[in-house]
Design a protein around this ligand. Structure first.
Ligand code: ADP
Ligand code: ZN
Length: 622
């Protein structure tokens, strides 16, 4: 036991306060390092459970744990969540009135809190140092630590003051830095600027296996968006746009179509921003259309999709924004609607911004390079997850099976006739003593009347125009395939030309060839039922599955009602994951209720009555 009367066992605390049976990857190591008083830097993806990594030590250590966090809404959310778990916490930021501030300070001095969240702008305040003189501050946590680096995507000047702040505390605390996005360069900055001492480093990898990544290049972005949102009716989603004007336009058009969508950007009044954000967080409006001003510090765990209407300017921003989906661990979609204009818009933003903020040449070049990486992600056909994780310095497998590139369905198509036409065209050219590259060969097959073709009298070839009913893209794909299979050969050098390959004779004698071509995806096939995908559910008969869905809906309604009464977001009462577990386990008494993942002792006391009654009522109705 410590002076707070809490047992010093991390697993006991995990169950008792948070209701979880097992630690997730990395959590135990981080907690152990903190308890051993070692500085640390933890790179853990969004939704990995970083908060518990310092909240559990905060319960075990004597004194007050200080958490520096960049945004006000996040603090409020965290503090509400802690209260719902029976943990004393508060925050200090600019949203407090003078008397609220003084009150919080006094209570902190009296040792009433386990955790105090502070905005970085408040750090130079003498009060905090006074607190540390009267009670121990064993640990300072820096959340979103990448904000300390100018090379990251969300640099905050006030973060540079943190090291100074720590030095002025009565005794040096353990310093623990957390972030979900950091390239190696940003990682170095964090260690240097926060002056981490002999730190423990842990990276659990950036992968978020519950997220599905998709890139689409639609002709009509708006119609595509509308369909995507309609397919996800009732689910919570964020739509990111590049500009305020886009936000206004899209939000209005979606609302006109009867979709409950709100809007958020820096041009709105404080009051409207606040109201709209709450409408979204409290599930009164399931969809929010926003610029990137929205989201930092938003801890809404049941966001089921994030659609980017425009491509962001780098992969870090994209991953951070898209990563706001699926924090509760449920399956969620991250969809990017790409168009080539997005690249142009970003380029001009980077160069214009550079002028306004007097950035160095280096900085601009860095930003343009980051944009290039983002563009690759959006345009290259290989595994999206692989590309993203490689960018963050990992070595992921080349196939993930959970992105639009990996999941594109392929059909095996017979291309024997096309192959024969292409190869004989190369033969005919060779007979005339001519050799050309892929583009020219394709033009001849398509029968295009180009000046060069006419001049060289290639339009008199028997193979001229024999594929005029095909298209350029397909012919190029087939040529590449034939080259790979040895029916064609490409010379090296700066201007490679096509030649018949070793296997070309076999083809002209009638050997058949096939290739795999992408098929339009059938959306119905990619949707898995909610319960069947969950290991806890085991193999389940369809009847039980339907019952579970009905019960889930019922519990969600109960949760909304309670949330309204208490004036807190529904996901703070229980996550969807906890409700789903309730549906599967269907507890009959408080003891069984405690066995549900996400139910700790305080929540059990507070909510078991209402939920057990609902589950009981459901049981007798089926
Ligand atoms: P992060 O800050 O890393 O994005 P959070 O700390 O918000 O993630 O945690 C994401 C979700 O995962 C929360 O709903 C949290 O309660 C849940 N969670 C954290 N640790 C565990 C665990 N060991 N078992 C089950 N759920 C957990
Ligand atoms: Zn993939």
């Amino acid at each position: 036991m410590n002076t707070k009367g809490i047992a010093l066992d991390k697993s006991v605390i995990l169950k008792q306060y948070f209701g979880y049976e097992h630690f997730r990857r990395g959590q135990e190591e981080v907690i152990d390092a903190i308890i051993a008083r070692r500085d640390l830097l933890a790179l853990m993806p969004t939704g990995a459970g970083k908060s518990l990594c310092y909240q559990i030590p905060a319960l075990m250590l004597d004194g007050l744990v200080v958490v520096i966090s960049p945004l006000i809404s996040l603090m409020k959310d965290q503090v509400e969540a802690l209260h719902s778990e029976g943990i004393h916490a508060a925050f200090l930021n600019s949203s407090l009135s003078r008397s609220e501030y003084a009150d919080t300070m006094n209570r902190a001095m009296r040792g009433e809190y386990t955790i105090l969240y502070i905005a970085p702008e408040r750090l130079d305040h003498r009060d905090m140092h006074a607190v540390s003189a009267v009670l121990p501050v064993p640990l300072v946590v820096i959340d979103e630590a990448h904000c300390v680096s100018q090379w990251g995507h969300d640099f905050r000047h006030s973060y540079l003051e943190i090291a100074q702040f720590i030095k002025k505390l009565a005794t040096r605390p353990t310093v623990a830095a957390f972030t979900a996005t950091a390239t190696p360069r940003v990682t170095d900055d964090i260690i240097r600027h926060l002056e981490l001492d002999n730190h423990f480093f842990i990276s659990t990898g950036f992968d978020r296996s519950n997220l599905y990544f998709e890139v689409q290049k639609p002709n009509d972005k708006y119609m595509t968006l509308l369909n995507l949102v309609r397919e996800r009716e009732g689910k919570s989603g964020i739509i990111y746009c590049a500009t305020r004007a886009n936000v206004e336009d899209i939000q209005r058009r979606l609302s006109d179509r009867g979709i409950q969508a709100t809007r958020y950007h820096a041009g709105l009044s404080d009051v409207e921003r606040h109201v709209n954000q709450d409408d979204f967080i409290f599930d009164r409006k399931p969809v929010i259309v926003a610029t990137n001003a929205f989201g930092m510090g938003i801890d809404k765990s049941n966001v089921s999709y994030v659609i980017h209407y425009n491509m962001p300017k780098n992969l870090e921003s994209y991953y951070q924004e898209a990563g706001r989906a699926g924090r509760d661990g449920e399956k969620a979609d991250c969809i990017l609607l790409y168009s080539p204009q997005d690249v142009q818009i970003n380029k001009s933003l980077i160069t214009r911004g550079a002028g306004e903020f007097h950035q160095s040449e280096d900085h601009i070049a860095n930003n343009l390079e980051l944009l290039k990486q983002m563009t690759f992600y959006a345009t290259v056909g290989d595994c999206l997850r692989n590309r993203m994780l490689s960018y963050f310095g990992e070595k992921p497998p080349s196939y993930c099976g959970n992105c639009s590139n990996c999941n594109t369905q392929f059909d095996e198509i017979d291309i024997t006739r096309e192959a024969q036409k292409i190869v004989s065209c190369v033969y005919r050219l060779k007979e005339r003593g001519r050799q050309f590259g892929k583009t020219m060969v394709t033009d001849i097959l398509l029968g295009r009347s180009l000046q060069k073709i006419r001049q060289l009298k290639l339009d008199s070839l028997s193979t001229f125009g024999i594929m005029s009913d095909s298209d350029n893209h397909l012919i190029r794909l087939i040529i590449d395939e034939l080259e790979q299979k040895g029916y064609l050969l490409s010379s090296g050098g700066d201007y490679p030309v096509l030649l018949p390959g070793g296997k070309s004779h076999a083809l002209l004698k009638g050997e058949s060839v096939t290739m795999m071509l992408p098929r339009e995806k059938d959306p119905a096939q990619s949707k898995k039922p909610l319960f069947a995908a969950r290991p806890a559910a085991g193999r389940m008969d369809p009847r039980r599955q339907a019952d579970n869905m009905a019960l889930f809906e019922k519990l969600k309604i109960l949760r909304s009602g309670l949330a309204r009464e208490e004036g807190i977001p529904a996901y703070i009462i229980f996550s969807d994951a906890a409700l789903l577990d309730m549906c599967v386990k269907r507890p009959k008494n408080p003891k069984e209720f405690l066995g549900v993942s996400g139910v700790g002792e305080v929540k059990c006391k507070r909510y078991s009555g209402a939920f057990l009654q609902a589950i009981d009522g459901f049981r007798s109705s089926i």
